[in-house]
Design a protein. Structure first.
Length: 232
């Protein structure tokens, strides 16, 4: 652990061994130690929730940094945005999004697992741009209405739709499409391209992230023209 802290500090600030650097070194070493401890704790929480409810969590390991960066890079913050993340889990994608958000943007996290939701609340309690809701994504429209939000700019989710029971998958995808406007973009990372062929959506772009376990496709979708023309 001491070696890890020293390495992270050295890489971050290129410290030189001198008396004048002592205070900065101690402060930065403490910050690095907290960051390492925090990452370990959140990974431990993830695995505990996988063991408790593997189907609901959907993945055996957290997303890699390569995947979270690739996903977050799809969001355009050239102006303030409203983003909804469905099933953020312990927040690995959320943290990448928050780093890129400007002061005028808003991020709404909808998490079904109460322990994940509680830790997201704690994690982002000092960021007024972030709202955490412990709820089912099936109730997305109701949650957004309650928060005074309509037609968010982005909906981001890695919920594993392809392994769901068909009726649940259709209801969930319909809930997402119902909450989208013509310019809304649904960004999702999945095992397969199955969603891109769904009648509710039109594929804009797709990239494979091989540096993740398992490799996943990051897709950008819009609400399809027939779905816009014939709302429920």
């Amino acid at each position: 652990m001491i070696f890890q802290v020293w390495t992270e500090c050295e890489a971050r600030d290129s410290f030189k061994a001198s008396a004048g650097d002592a205070e900065n070194f101690i402060r930065t070493a403490a910050q690095a130690a907290i960051a390492i401890t925090y990452r370990f704790f959140m990974s431990l929480l993830f695995f505990k929730r996988v063991l408790a409810n593997p189907i609901q969590v959907g993945y055996l390991v957290p997303s890699s940094g390569f995947l979270t960066r690739k996903t977050a890079s799809r969001l355009d913050f050239s102006k303030p945005r409203v983003i909804v993340e469905l099933g953020p889990g312990e927040g690995c994608h959320t943290r990448q999004i928050v780093r890129r958000m400007d002061a005028g943007s808003r991020l709404i996290l909808i998490e079904l697992d109460y322990q994940f939701a509680a830790h997201l609340e704690e994690q982002f309690k000092h960021d007024s741009r972030v709202t955490v809701v412990n709820s089912d994504a099936l109730h997305l429209s109701e949650v957004l209405n309650r928060l005074g939000v309509s037609n968010p700019d982005y909906i981001v989710s890695g919920i594993p739709f392809t392994i769901m029971e068909r009726d649940l998958r259709e209801r969930l995808l319909a809930s997402i499409a119902d909450s989208m406007g013509p310019e809304s973009v649904f960004i999702t990372y999945q095992f397969s391209m199955q969603i891109s062929e769904h009648g509710l959506f039109e594929l804009l772009r797709s990239d494979l992230c091989v540096l993740n376990l398992p490799p996943l496709r990051v897709m950008e979708l819009r609400k399809s023209r027939p779905a816009i023309a014939c709302p429920p």
